[in-house]
Design a protein around this ligand. Sequence first.
Ligand code: ASP
Length: 433
Amino acid sequence: MTTKKRKFPLHLQILAGILLGLGWGLLAVNIGMADFTKDFIKPFGTIFVNLLKMVAIPMIVTSLIIGVTSLKDINKLSRMGGKTLGIFILTTVFAITIGVVIANVAKPGSGIPEETKTKLMSAYADKAAANSESAESFSQQGPLQPLVDLFPENLLNAATDNANMLQIVLVAILVGVALILIPAQKSEPVVRVLDGLNDAVLKIVDIIMYLAPIGVFALISSVITEVAGDNPSEAIGLLTALGKYVIVVLVGLCLHVILVYMPMVKFLARRSPLWFLKKMRPVQLLAFSTSSSNATLALNMENAEKNMGIDEEVTGFVLPLGATVNMDGTSMYQAIAAIFIAQALNIDLSLTDQIMIVVTATLASIGSAGVPGAGMVMLVIVLNSINVPAAGIALIMGPDRILDMCRTVVNVTGDTTVASVVARSEGLLHDRE
Ligand code: ASP
């Protein structure tokens, strides 16, 4: 496939969008152009994200079916599946453990003045209540509901909602398996058509990425104006009061990348960690700008195949699955946030509570969709399990979008790390410069 080389590498284009968006956002807040930004700039960000989400399902379907059929045997598929899920769960548990340890050591929730707490609670009370309601409907379902939800009763319905991404993954695997089982002369033409479609989808991703600087500019400037709200100085005051909490989450996320992902890349995927991070730059910057694993999925798949040498058989399978169930950044954030809220509300957590956090944050991160703010909705489930009032979420809502951007970077980095490890173990990691 021929791709024209860009004059400016993609990561620099996205970075320029982020910086210009930041600049304009701050200016707009100060010169009273926040409404203009919302009405005339934000829509371009929405268009960009919509386009990215639009290609996610076609990309999953074509690469996953091609990936599964090229595995040629079903044992290999189940071995790869087992490995992938096992590593996903292990890395998530590591992330939560790091979060629990640093939140207990740094105690970001102790010592927040009563007055600040009251202000935060009243500023975000309504949003917190709405949040709990959405989580409530989730937790009222039976324990096996997530399993039931994996199986669509109607194929077209499944394909029309990005929230059903896992159902699509399942159907695509099933189609791939069926194509392996039927005679080759019947399956080959189907696979050839899908291969052509897959190249077309990759090309569409390239075309969409030409809009990246504008889309990212629009996304970042609207985030800034929304975080600042009507009273920027009060917003800054409240954010500073939560400074320690924000720093603990950011340090935790960095530690997870350094202590877990980098050794996995070095020793299990046998690749240079610096090379890995360099290749991941455009994907990480897009994750940061969109706050959405789903919106980043198509670029991640394209980048992993073309620039990182991870075979399509692996990316088609591991990355879509990862974008929906493997969210280490989110799980760590949920653990730290739950402990922070308990500390701020002077609720002591026993060892059993802390273990409960590890279990429920693992499940809650699996249940979180790859869209902005999903992790915060599912945080309610973690809080319920340790008897901390869900209204306490109001305390951490202010800086959530910014933390969401950072945890999404870790979420997508984790998916590609696991894809590299699985690819290496299957002999499917190819050399790239
Ligand atoms: N925004 C995150 C993602 O898409 C999920 C979350 O933590 O809210 O990966």
